[in-house]
Structure formats: structure tokens, C-alpha cells
Design a protein around this ligand. Structure first.
Ligand SMILES: Cc1cc2nc3c(=O)[nH]c(=O)nc-3n(C[C@H](O)[C@H](O)[C@H](O)COP(=O)(O)O)c2cc1C
Length: 146
């Protein structure tokens, strides 16, 4: 499948998750276009991607960070297949933990599972969670397109 993987990362946590996600996608032999969103970027959006995977950190009180919001605005119409992951911190309260993941998934009406990692993937449980999430997303999508 042709997969677009776009992520927003301020201090590197979400980038680490994105890199693990990408490694799993490549291992499964998918064609991945990945990048970190940033102001002024020319995004490769001409391709007819089979699956969009978006990742973001969470900003103030459960919000989607501005660069990811700008990227989503550039997408224009909402793609039908969008899976969301993100990093956050439970110290901001469970109500706001990884709130951007929930906001984005709601915006895209995503039926894919949501992956939420506390800060950075730094233990075996996180690595397994990422691998299992990618496998689940792919198996949901592969039911339609190889
Ligand atoms: C200003 C600010 C507000 C934040 N608000 C939240 C929040 O509401 N919920 C949450 O889960 N994490 C919140 N965080 C924590 C970050 O989302 C978390 O550290 C994330 O892993 C950072 O990812 P990055 O290293 O990819 O930028 C906040 C961080 C900052 C700097």
C-alpha cells in the first residue's frame, strides 16, 4: 500500500514513535512517505495514498498542535482511511492525556484504533504496543487494498 505518515513533534517523543511505526510499515513491505510537519513545507500530497497515518504530541489542555492543524487544513477533503497515534503525559490529567489523538480521530471519524504513548517509547511494553497497533491498522486496511 502507499502510506503517508505525517507527524508533529516538538521535542522528539512523537518522532521516536513515528520512526518505530515507519520501521514496522517498511518491514511489512509498504511504500511509505514520511515527514515531520513544519511551517512553510511543501507537502507531497499529489499521490493517491491508500492510508494516512498521523501522529502528534498534545498541546495545551488536550489540543492538537498548530503545525499539525495546518497540515490537516492543507489536506483539504478528509481522506477515508486515517489512523492516529500520539504522545502525551498523564500528568496533564487523564481527561487531557493525548487529547490531540482523540480530537484528530474524531475529526476524521477514524474507525482505526488509537495509539497513545506516555512521553517516549522507552520500554518493551511501548515497543510491543507500537508493533501491535501497526499490525492492527494494516490488517484493518488490508481487508480492502494490498
Ligand atoms: C505547553 C504544553 C502543553 C501540554 N499539554 C498536554 C496535554 O494537555 N495533554 C498531554 O497529554 N500532554 C501535554 N503535554 C505534553 C506533551 O504532549 C508530551 O510531552 C509529548 O510527548 C511531547 O511530544 P514531542 O516530544 O513529540 O513534542 C504538553 C506539553 C507542553 C509543552
Amino acid at each position: 500500500m502507499r502510506i503517508l505518515l505525517a507527524y508533529d513533534s516538538l521535542s522528539g517523543n512523537t518522532k521516536m514513535v513515528a520512526e518505530e511505526v515507519e520501521a514496522e510499515l517498511v518491514r511489512a513491505q509498504h511504500d511509505v512517505t514520511s515527514f515531520r510537519v513544519h511551517p512553510g513545507a511543501q507537502y507531497p500530497l499529489e499521490t493517491d495514498y491508500d492510508l494516512f497515518i498521523l501522529g502528534a504530541w498534545t498541546a495545551d489542555l488536550g489540543r492538537t498542535p498548530p503545525d499539525m492543524k495546518d497540515f490537516i487544513a492543507e489536506l483539504g477533503t478528509k481522506p477515508p482511511h486515517v489512523a492516529i497515534f500520539g504522545t502525551g503525559e498523564t500528568q496533564w490529567s487523564m481527561a487531557y492525556f493525548c487529547g490531540a489523538v482523540d480530537r484528530m480521530a474524531t475529526y476524521f471519524a477514524s474507525e482505526y484504533p488509537r495509539l497513545k504513548i506516555e512521553q517516549m517509547p522507552n520500554n518493551e511494553r511501548d515497543h510491543v504496543a507500537i508493533q501491535e497497533w501497526v499490525a492492527e491498522v494494516l490488517s484493518m486496511r488490508e481487508g480492502v487494498v494490498k
